[in-house]
Design a protein around this ligand. Sequence first.
Ligand code: ADP
Length: 762
Amino acid sequence: MLKQYALIKAEHPDSILMYRLGDFYEMFFDDAVESSKILGITLTTRNRNDPNPVPLCGVPFHAVEPYIAKLVDAGKRVAICDQVEDPATAKGVVKREVTRLVTPGVILDATTLDAKRDNFLAAVEVKDDGYDLAVVDISTGRHEAGGCSSWGLLIEELTRCEPREILIPTSIPEGHRQELAIRFPAMLQTSWSDGVMAYLEQTQRGSIRHLQEVRPLGGGRTMRLDEVTKRNLELVTTLQGEERTGSLLGLLDRTKTAMGGRLLRSWILSPLLRHEEIAGRLDAVEALMGTPATLATLTESLAAVYDLERIASRVAMGTANARDCVALARSLEPVPAMKALLLDLRIQNAGLRIQDCGEDIRERITRTLVDDPPIGLRDGGIIRDGLSPELDELRKIAHHGKDVIAGIEAKEREATGISSLKVRFNKVFGYFLEVTHTHRDKVPHHYIRKQTLVGAERYITPELKEYEEKVLGAEEKMLALEYRLFCELRDEIATCVRRLQQTARVLAELDALASLAVIARDSGYVRPEVVDDMTLEIVEGRHPIVERMPMQERFVPNDVMIGDAEGRLMMITGPNMAGKSTVMRQVALICLMAQIGSYVPARRARIGLVDRIFTRIGAADALARGQSTFMVEMTEAAVILREATRRSLVIIDEIGRGTSTFDGLAIAWAVAEDLATRVKARTLFATHYHELTELADTLPAVHNFHIAVREEKGEIIFLRRLLPGSTPHSFGIHVAKLAGLPADVISRANHVLKELERGKPL
Ligand code: ADP
């Protein structure tokens, strides 16, 4: 047996092999050691007295799914090895085969999947002119593919899609593999040279017919967002703790359905570049905000909608249970009313695009399934009474078998006139009629005698035997029939998957749009004007997340104008903690929000379409990867200077720290100059090098701003106002005092500062 195990394991060296043995799936050797830890189950040994005992652990076969899920969740690949011949008739070791491969990119299990996130499997192919990338989410049927002309673009697409697993050809250089592992630690790498479909076929024995039409990758249609910017702007997770709460997604996501949540997340990670598309979403949000009653009805209806997209996929792959189908029917219930409601409103033509309300599907499901079916499909109780006469009859027999027998008893008593006649049961004869000897002469001819006892005779009749067969077989037949009827229903729905997906898509869009309308209404956002020139005019802009944080002070809105005439580079100075970072991030977030079609936190905003947002902020995360602050800064600056265009928005929050002051200043100076004169991108540049403010004297594109503070009796008060001009000093010592540096050290620092300013050697 272990020989067979070794052979199969050799074919799946990088999977955890679950080997069916009796009522258990067993894992051996290293697999056992590793999975016992992940699963929290006991590790034992086989052949304990052997000099080399075999480590072993196992899980019961009937409850294997949650264990598989846990392993996959831990980033493992699992190969399920089943017995493929009947152990009773097998000669020697029962034949076994791997029947299923489960990996993070191909899970369907609802308890493991994050409901509000796509679960993409990516596949890369190396081409002469770059890379081909395909991403597939089998849990929803989403499918995108396209070419990436460089490794950098490929990384950006991966950043946007956030795949759980990637198939890469062996020809990819080791350095690239390592880069992928560092950039996307949660993404499992699988070596694979065929295409992605072959992988799906190998891992999924079920059908993958529900895969939607291939859509082109974001490239060109949507804004390129690099990983640094995605993280720095905290688009989907916070920098600290990687939490969703506190991120832009956490703020904007008021969706009612899982599919709406997934869509909104993908919108945030792929802002639009085309006016018509942006205007289309903004029009929809405006229409929803303009009709509060519709918005309320819509969100209420959406709250009743389950994850249609994923249920449809499970139906297509034959893994949906009866509860899924009932959930599907319930989800379709509000659709006709929603369609009617939307026909009058210009919300992305939603009313028209819901071509199919799936009323036939809903009717078929409700007619077939009980309201609250169990999860299991083999234990019955799924199908409604009255659907199948055959099933009803079987149920009657199985459930009311006793009544029927009692009925037979009464009938026979009457026919024979033997009032003491009894129908009884034992294991040897099954059902029989018992008549005491006193009444022996009244027994009719068709009774067949089976046994004579001291005081009585036992008989059977053909009718009784026929009935007995029915009763005893009924239960089994009933369960089989219920299962068959359910599968018929599921197969029938599976033929309608495309229709369901289309409806689901419109509902997801409505949900995401309604979410944007709700947050805009609740937070007092305005509709941004998105224009074609290079304007950036934000009046009384706010940081959408900071403004909602519980704070002592009220959030102070700020204006930012970097239109053509106003110049292109804002050099921002001001003490630490004054609010430089906040104002710069808020500008970036407002531009991004506008381009996903959201209203923005400002009194007025006019935004010339941005082709890319670049950020150079902090370096905490890269430090953890062992790169120096300075190296990270320089790498990021290099990317910006190489790739930013006139249409880009560049946010630089300090540059040139981590090296000698003069080096740092010199580099910061040259970078600012290049951005202002050659790149000409709209740039917000915060610095503590006061010397940089001199650039404004010679370069017309550079304008100085500062964040105002007031000094009062040796204390500084943060005013949070962004004003033209630069600040004289940095107030670093004040901030140090605020932070609680000892009074002696503070006074000594003040002294040293004065001496330095006077140019006196210490
Ligand atoms: P800096 O980048 O200048 O060091 P930050 O932008 O990090 O400063 O701001 C420090 C803190 O000041 C923020 O965490 C926030 O609590 C507060 N803050 C910043 N801007 C504002 C504002 N406009 N209104 C109110 N509080 C603000």
